[in-house]
Design a protein around this ligand. Structure first.
Ligand SMILES: Cc1cc2nc3c(=O)[nH]c(=O)nc-3n(C[C@H](O)[C@H](O)[C@H](O)COP(=O)(O)O)c2cc1C
Length: 198
């Protein structure tokens, strides 16, 4: 089996967003393991319209060029880490719209989560886990939640991510060990399916 590839998805697009900082951090941790290839995927690079296709890509080829590019990028990966902010107790609108444009790429692949917000993005991550179930993905149990006394000072401009990031290093092995286990298991199973179908 070739080395699995993990996509780290930055789920917010605001010019002053926080999301790229924990994305870079978790991508570096994942790459340091040496058993997976890692790439950061930025929603800003896929300026998708609000979903306006006649049907999802589960039912028809996508008619939008940016969405086709987005789907093609997602299909390169065997697993994903969503780095997601909590917007109004759910995921960002940008991420939900991007997921609506890409049903098929996530099927039978693993997904892990890094959330941030007042309660560590927990409500957003729970919504996202449920969305992953609809897409036939495998959302892992473990996640990293940047919240409360760590996130509030960052949001208020009193501290930076570099001041607090070490507080989260201890949670990384559980997330990545589980994500990589499921990424490998689903990759083997997808490859067996492909061989059977050939
Ligand atoms: C529209 C909007 C809604 C928000 N709603 C919540 C929320 O429900 N819960 C929460 O903990 N933080 C909420 N926040 C605070 C964000 O978690 C915080 O601003 C975070 O930095 C946003 O992610 P970003 O910087 O990557 O865009 C909200 C922020 C915005 C802009």
């Amino acid at each position: 089996m070739s080395k699995p590839k993990i996509g780290v998805i930055i789920s917010s697009t605001r010019p002053t967003r926080f999301g790229d900082k924990p994305a870079k951090w978790i991508a570096e941790h994942a790459a340091a393991r040496g058993d997976v290839d890692v790439e950061i995927v930025d929603l800003r690079d896929y300026p998708l319209p609000l979903f306006d296709a006649p049907a999802s890509d589960a039912w028809m080829p996508t008619p939008n060029e940016v969405a086709a590019k987005w789907q093609a990028k997602l299909k390169e990966f065997d697993g994903y880490i969503f780095v997601v902010a909590e917007y109004n107790r759910s995921i960002t609108g940008a991420l939900k719209n991007a997921i609506d444009w890409a049903y098929t790429p996530f099927a039978k692949k693993a997904a892990g989560f890094v959330g941030y917000g007042s309660v560590g993005g927990a409500r957003a991550v729970e919504h996202l886990r449920n969305i992953m179930v609809e897409l036939q993905a495998v959302p892992v149990r473990h996640g990293i939640h940047i919240g409360g006394s760590d996130f509030f000072p960052i949001m208020m401009g009193q501290k930076t991510w570099d001041d607090v990031k070490a507080n989260f290093d201890g949670f990384v092995p559980d997330l990545l060990n589980n994500l990589v286990w499921w990424t490998n298991a689903t990759k083997v199973a997808r490859e067996a399916d492909a061989t059977k179908a050939a």
